[in-house]
Design a protein around this ligand. Structure first.
Ligand SMILES: Cc1cc2nc3c(=O)[nH]c(=O)nc-3n(C[C@H](O)[C@H](O)[C@H](O)COP(=O)(O)OP(=O)(O)OC[C@H]3O[C@@H](n4cnc5c(N)ncnc54)[C@H](O)[C@@H]3O)c2cc1C
Length: 589
């Protein structure tokens, strides 16, 4: 079963849960119209369905063989990438000054979901290129921008993001790759990076590496890290490719999933040092890297949504076809979708996928508002909203990517465990999402220690207030189709409110207790916010006679009555669970 982009679903969530329609009305997006949104999503859906999705299996089976320093991408990939870039998809949200289309991040987020649904290993490369574009556009000198941005925006060259070293994973401050000043404004880079996605491949003529390194006189930790652009081939003054730089791929990893994404060990300076160009200021590299990482974190969250959507589609198709047992009243054997336990599984998959999608798109829309609003206060509050939601979007969506893919295997029974079915690949591919771009544990810590205290807690309070407004609106329509949605969501929001206050009260006085609750808190946050966003979408579907209002109400209700009810347990875990972790030496001995 192949993937079919759920264009109507995506467009509706974008317009209503993420508020793109309202933003268009308010003039936030210039002359962007709803018709253009429809057209872009439809076209992206067609490309994802027709061109990228067929690459998924061949990429998984072929992998990326490595020989004589070269990586060979799977059959058909080069042509597909060329056509994808030529159609302008890489530069969708990039500035028109550099050849991009200047369209909203929210629109790009929807496209990223579809590229990754179609084939996660394919979607991953451009995801990092686009993150590099953001960092370069935000922090680069005019000369660096002129040299690299047009080709990175067009997709003629791809980018990589290089933090990780054997001793420096989550602890980026431990990195040792060195950068030496050579007196002509350039630097020489020596060292080793591991796990570098698309560090080497044959899709593009040049690869632009964004490499974190340390100057000899730099302070220790993250305050002594600088970011460098290190191209695979140096670029001549006239823009043509020059000498091969002293940067090469030493080997590639053999992995559980995303087989067609080459994961490279990179070596710098075997011949005296790779030429590097400073991006931003010396020792301020983490500042630039955060621009890149925030962008990539949301995009990795969208990978979680994408893989969940694909797993759901496949499970639904199988459940309609496979016949086993007989439900009460049926004459012959029943399709397994008729069994209520299977329907519960499928509804769980759908509700989690849609909730994660809504959270990710809302994050992208907040980024747009932070960049585009004329109002300084609104830009600031939107920036805080995006900062608050980014770790939630990344961690929740990749968590549910695995959960939904695993449920998808379950719906297939024994056939799910057999590779030919394809369901197993989704689970293998999904597994990396919770690990890279900052593990989900690190995301939860970021949410609790850095994002909750934003503006003295006002950012999270504003978010809670909005969730309450949705609950009130659901209660006000008083539609029996919503069942207990309003009541269950109201409880979830109050659980989130109390857990937030508890954590904020302990950040200074009992930081370990706060850290112990970080992961269940992030899930609680996503549960309350995701539930409210699904309800918001359902209300909009009824109000606008949008597609499938009954289905949307059913999904919102299912989420509220079956998943949001976990909020109470999550609150308890945050508030009461810390003590049980404090003294675990004997248990883990
Ligand atoms: C397929 C793949 C592609 C990748 N692509 C890239 C890439 O393109 N560029 C790049 O730079 N890196 C890349 N990475 C590396 C990836 O970002 C790291 O693996 C990730 O950041 C985790 O680092 P680590 O593997 O060293 O794990 P560790 O840091 O050793 O973490 C191990 C465990 O301990 C936990 N932990 C660690 N520190 C803390 C702490 N302070 N508090 C609480 N818990 C903690 C983590 O959450 C995790 O569960 C890739 C990795 C893989 C597998």
């Amino acid at each position: 079963m192949t993937y079919r982009a759920p264009v109507d679903d995506i467009t509706f969530t974008l317009k209503h849960a993420a508020g793109v329609s309202r933003a268009i009305e308010q003039g936030l997006y210039g002359d962007l119209s709803e018709d253009l949104v429809d057209a872009v999503i439809a076209e992206a859906g067609k490309f994802a369905t027709d061109v990228i999705a067929p690459l998924n299996r061949v990429g998984d089976q072929h992998g990326t063989p490595f020989k004589d320093g070269r990586v060979v991408m799977p059959p058909g990939w080069k042509e597909a990438y060329r056509d994808w870039a030529a159609a302008g998809w890489n530069g969708l949200a990039a500035s028109a000054d550099w050849g991009g289309q200047g369209l909203p991040h929210a629109l790009n987020a929807a496209c990223i979901e579809m590229w990754n649904s179609a084939c996660m290993a394919f979607g991953l490369g451009p995801l990092l290129t686009v993150a590099g574009v953001e960092a370069l556009a935000g922090h680069g000198s005019e000369e660096l921008k002129r040299t690299y941005l047009p080709k990175l925006v067009s997709g003629e060259w791809m980018g990589t993001m290089q933090l990780t070293e054997p001793q420096a994973g989550s602890d980026v401050g431990a990195l040792r790759t060195r950068a030496e000043r050579v007196g002509d404004g350039t630097y020489r880079i020596t060292g080793q990076k591991i796990f570098i996605t698309y560090g080497e491949h044959d899709l593009t003529d040049n690869i632009v590496h964004f490499v974190l390194a340390r100057l000899p006189d730099a302070p220790g930790g993250t305050k002594g890290i600088s970011l460098f652009i290190v191209p695979k081939f140096l670029v001549n003054a006239d823009g043509t490719l020059g000498a091969r730089n002293d940067a090469r791929c030493h080997s590639i990893e053999h992995k559980l999933g995303i087989h067609a994404s080459p994961t490279c060990t990179m070596v710098y300076g075997d011949h005296g040092g790779a030429v590097g160009y400073l991006l931003g200021e010396e020792n301020r590299g983490m500042n630039c890297m955060f621009t890149m990482m925030n962008n990539a974190r949301l995009a990795v969250g969208l990978q979680g949504v994408g893989i969940a959507e694909r797993a759901l589609q496949q499970a639904l198709a199988y459940a309609r076809e496979r016949r086993q047992g007989r439900v009460a009243g049926a004459t012959g054997s029943s399709p397994i979708i008729a069994h209520v336990d299977v329907r519960r599984t499928l509804m769980t998959m759908r509700a989690l996928t849609r909730a994660a999608r809504a959270i990710c798109y809302a994050t992208a829309a907040a980024i747009d508002r932070a960049h585009r609003s004329d109002d300084t206060a609104e830009r600031r509050s939107a920036h805080e909203r995006a900062s608050l939601l980014t770790p939630v979007a990344k961690a929740f969506s990749t968590d549910i990517g695995i959960e939904v893919a695993s449920l998808g295997v379950q719906v297939h029974g024994g056939m799910g465990f057999i590779e030919e079915t394809g369901a197993a690949q989704h689970l293998r591919d999904a597994r990396i999402g919770t690990i890279y771009e900052g593990t989900n544990g690190i995301q939860a810590i970021d949410l609790v220690t850095r994002k909750l205290p934003l503006s003295g807690g006002a950012a999270v309070k504003a978010c809670l207030d909005e969730l309450r407004e949705t609950v009130v609106a659901v209660a006000a329509v008083n539609d029996p189709a919503f069942g207990h949605t309003a009541a269950r969501l109201a409880e979830a929001v109050e659980c989130l409110d109390r857990a937030t206050a508890w954590l904020l009260g302990r950040l200074d006085t009992a930081p370990d207790a706060a850290l112990a609750g970080a992961t269940p808190y992030l899930r609680l946050f996503a549960t309350a916010a995701g539930g409210a966003m699904l309800a918001e979408e359902a209300l909009a579907a009824v109000r606008t006679s949008g597609p499938d209002p009954a289905g949307r109400m059913a999904v919102a209700r299912f989420f509220a009555e079956n998943l949001a009810v976990q909020a109470g347990a999550l609150e308890r875990t945050v508030v009461e669970g810390a003590d049980s972790i404090a003294d675990t030496e004997a248990a883990l001995a």
